[in-house]
Write a protein that binds this ligand. Structure first.
Ligand code: T1G
Length: 689
């Protein structure tokens, strides 16, 4: 029963109960409509509406968005509630989001518990509020605050909601408040829909559009939301709602809404994932080796999850450095109000920083984040093996090194896996769990249990150079360097990819991480590189010139005074010089051709990763590219985007480019397989998986 109703005297109680978060599906809508008639038939004095469990209502059930809308439609149900002679009071203890917030807006009164959150996050799913939110919210709280909530999708807490007039009260016992509200006061309240819309304010509307352009660049829903709000300012409620509904239904079927829904559900499917078959170690004390940027971030993430941490360094100086690094993160978190004094003290109490491995004797898991050298890691793993219990799981945070080679130095290699965090490790959600040849199910189960404990998005990867994300990144950069060598400038490449939806292009991004990291990886690959594969030497020249990026004041861009980036003609000339010596006639690629080549290169590499079984699903590639590498979320991740192009178009594009360079653009067998099978990439991966 998704909507329960009962009377307590002349007070009606209606409770939405659709675990886990009272998503509003067809059954809930029908139940609410039934409850309105029931309350009227019983001539009740009021209806108090609650949500069972931790949510009031999380919004419309997004799983229904791919199907045709089923009556009763939510806007009609809400109009019925609002127009009823029996006034409804929304008691909001948890989240009232999207349609949940719209239900509250249709009630005569709203009361929040201290932990309540109210919001209209529809734009994060690529749609706009579709049940009166763009019409009622401005009438209730004014144009500017309503636009701010609708365009950004950010919820407000109870206190802010009270300040805005979104709720009538905040009370420790919101149900009691609703029961005690006297009938006269209730009768004086005007239905939100009867309030006059605020006056149109051109400056406020322009500011909302500017916010949408800046914060939600490339996304259509935020601007359509502003348009729906603006239209409603000059229309009766019913007409404004009709326009809103039309826009919602149109957007719901659009590419961006489908992509954002895909990411929403893919993330949640991954977050809850456990590893099949294994038994995870009990997580209580975790050892972390190396207190540098990554190690300190990992240690802090573990402390945040309530784990005890033994942070191991090589000597007293290292211990001091590590303590300072973790202490800095604790202070920053406190300054940002993420933790209070007690939280900071608890984290400090749970942390031991030492150069004595024996003090990690209780640890059931160790995460090594030491220098990226095989020798160093083997030494560390030998010391961990000696100091920790024999069943302790030993993980490395290496970005590139071969897990199997590290495991080979351990007596029992089944204990070894990769846990590849992304800087800053306590913030970035992606966790690549790298499965070595010998890695046991128990070790993998421990990795997934840790990921769940840390609130990460875990993706399992096989062993290869760069696992999933860095391997795709390397191909992305190689394609960029090729376009640069053959005709464009780094800034043209960056502009093209920012236009695609990245926050920044590959060159600006590399200036931040440092050109020396990729340079070291290229040197490591020298011995095994395919001699027939074209090699672009420009990045090497940059490193030889000491242009390592922002940290040296100059990389692909110059950073005069350490500030904003400036194009550097010397860099552009480097390409001209190298192209001249290589006898290349340069081509001036336009932004579309740049995007076409760089995206196709990444898709082809991802298809090889799927073909080789390094990744388990197309959705995992989407999670890695969005959560680890800035691929635009509103395109659904790399492989979801690839499926919007279609395997045939991808194959045709690769075949055309292979005329130019058959090695770099060789179509992946996975692409050919998907075309031959007549399946999408995602379905072909699922069939082959
Ligand atoms: N539809 C369907 N399923 C949903 C859902 C939704 N709106 N919200 C959550 N779930 C599922 C989720 O997939 C997961 O499933 C489980 O509930 C727990 O969620 C008409 C059109 C509410 C803050 O955008 O932000 O209303 O993995 O893991 O971390 O104008 O869920 O267990 O099978 O996220 O505690 C607008 C989306 C919809 C809010 C709780 N609403 N949800 O977070 O749990 S559009 C939203 C959230 C709309 C109207 C428009 C969060 C949460 P499973 P969870 P959580």
């Amino acid at each position: 029963m998704t909507v329960r109703m009962w009377a307590e005297g002349r007070v009606g109680r209606v409770e939405m109960d659709n675990p886990p978060v009272n998503a509003i599906g067809a059954a809930t809508r029908a139940g609410l409509l039934k409850a309105v008639a029931w309350a009227e038939e019983k001539r009740l004095e009021r209806v108090i509406l609650t949500g069972a469990g931790r949510a009031f209502a999380a919004g419309a059930d997004a799983r229904e968005f791919d199907a045709d809308p089923v009556e009763p439609h939510l806007p009609d149900v809400l109009n019925r509630i609002e127009a009823s002679p029996v006034p409804w009071i929304a008691v909001i203890g948890g989240v009232a989001l999207g349609g949940g917030c719209e239900i509250a807006l249709a009630c005569r009164a709203r009361v929040a518990g201290p932990k309540a959150q109210l919001g209209l996050p529809e734009v994060t799913l690529g749609v706009i509020p579709g049940a009166g939110g763009t019409q009622r919210l401005p009438r209730l709280i004014g144009l500017a605050p309503a636009l701010d909530m609708i365009v950004t999708g950010k919820p407000v807490g109870a206190t802010r909601a009270l300040d805005l007039g979104l709720v009538h009260a905040v009370d420790e016992d919101p149900l009691g408040w609703a029961e005690m509200l006297n009938a006269e006061a209730l009768d004086t309240l005007v239905p939100v829909g009867d309030l006059n819309p605020p006056a149109a304010d051109a400056a406020v509307l322009a500011a909302a559009r500017a916010t949408a352009e800046a914060k939600m660049r490339g996304q259509v829903a935020p601007l359509r939301a502003v348009a729906a709000v603006e239209a409603g300012l000059a229309l009766p409620l019913a007409e404004g709602m009709a326009g809103e509904r039309a826009a919602f239904l149109e957007l719901r079927q659009g590419a961006q809404a489908k992509a954002l829904r895909h990411m929403f559900f893919a993330e949640r499917a991954a977050r809850g994932r456990a590893w099949r078959g294994g038994t995870p170690a009990l997580l209580d004390t975790v050892a972390v080796v190396g207190g540098g940027t990554m190690g300190a971030g990992i240690a802090y993430g573990l402390l945040n999850a309530g784990l005890k941490v033994v942070l191991l360094e090589t000597d007293a100086a290292g211990v001091d450095r590590a303590e300072a690094n973790v202490g800095r993160i604790i202070e920053q978190s406190q300054k940002r109000g993420l933790i209070d004094e007690g939280g900071a003290a608890a984290r400090r109490a749970a942390l031991t920083v030492t150069d004595d491995y024996a003090r990690a004797g209780e640890a059931t898991l160790a995460i090594e984040a030491a220098f990226e050298s095989l020798e160093v890691k083997r030494t560390v793993f030998a010391a961990l093996e000696a100091a920790l219990p024999p069943e302790a799981v030993l993980a490395t945070n290496t970005s590139y090194l071969d897990i199997d080679e590290i495991a080979a130095g351990v007596g029992d290699p089944s204990r070894v896996l990769g846990l590849h965090f992304f800087a800053p490790a306590h913030i970035m959600k992606l966790l690549e769990i790298v499965r070595g040849k010998a890695t046991s199910d128990d070790a993998l189960a421990t990795g997934f249990a840790l990921g769940k404990r840390l609130g990460k998005v875990p993706v399992v990867a096989g062993v290869c150079d760069g696992f999933i994300g860095n391997r795709i990144l390397a191909r992305y950069r190689e394609a960029a360097d090729t376009v640069f060598m053959d005709g464009s400038t780094p800034w043209e490449v960056d502009e093209a990819m920012v236009e695609f939806g990245y926050a920044m292009g590959p060159y600006e991004a590399q200036d931040l991480s440092g050109l020396d990291i990729a340079h070291a990886n290229r040197r490591r690959q020298d011995a095994t590189r395919d001699p027939n594969r074209r090699y672009i030497p420009i990045a090497d020249r940059m490193v030889e010139l000491g242009k390592l990026g922002k940290k040296t004041g100059a990389g692909w861009y110059r950073y005069p005074g350490g500030n904003g980036k400036v194009e550097d003609p010397i860099v552009a000339d480097l390409a001209l010089e190298e192209a001249h010596f290589a006898g290349i006639t340069r081509t001036d690629y336009g932004p579309d051709e740049i995007r076409h080549r760089l995206v196709l290169a990444m898709i082809n590499e991802a298809c090889d990763i799927l073909h080789e079984g390094i990744a388990e699903s197309a959705a995992d590639i989407d999670l890695v590219t969005v959560f680890g590498y800035g691929f635009p979320r509103w395109r659904g991740g790399l492989m979801h985007h690839a499926d919007t192009l279609g395997p045939q178009a991808v194959l045709a594009g690769l075949q055309a480019l292979a005329q130019e360079d058959p090695v770099a653009w060789r179509p992946s067998p996975f692409v050919e397989g998907a075309v031959a099978a007549g399946l999408s990439f995602a379905d072909f991966a699922a069939r082959e998986g």
